[in-house]
Design a binder for this molecule. Sequence first.
Ligand SMILES: [Zn+2]
Length: 112
Amino acid sequence: MGGFPVYRWRLAPDGLATGRQLRAAGLRPGGQDVAAQIERPRRRRGPLIAYLYRLDLAKPVRPMTPARRAALAKANAARRCCPICRRDAGYVIPASLGMCTPCAYPDEQRVA
Ligand SMILES: [Zn+2]
């Protein structure tokens, strides 16, 4: 058995939440150990058990990881790439143009 306290259902102290409650709040245990356990007595069966985690150690469900950051950067780069000249425009291609401004307005660029 673990060395964590066991509470009666609904009598757990503040600052603790079940995994289900964490998910509802957009959080996850984040690798922390189970802080406590609550038991809900049931007839003729063993008690329903839920594990509690510390809210102050919980982490957001989708943290920004290097892999996620790279995937986002790639997606952003694709949105900045002009489909006409295939260059990185340096900004997200406006959906209204569908291409970078030098391709959309070649005459104006020449004047400038
Ligand atoms: Zn272009």
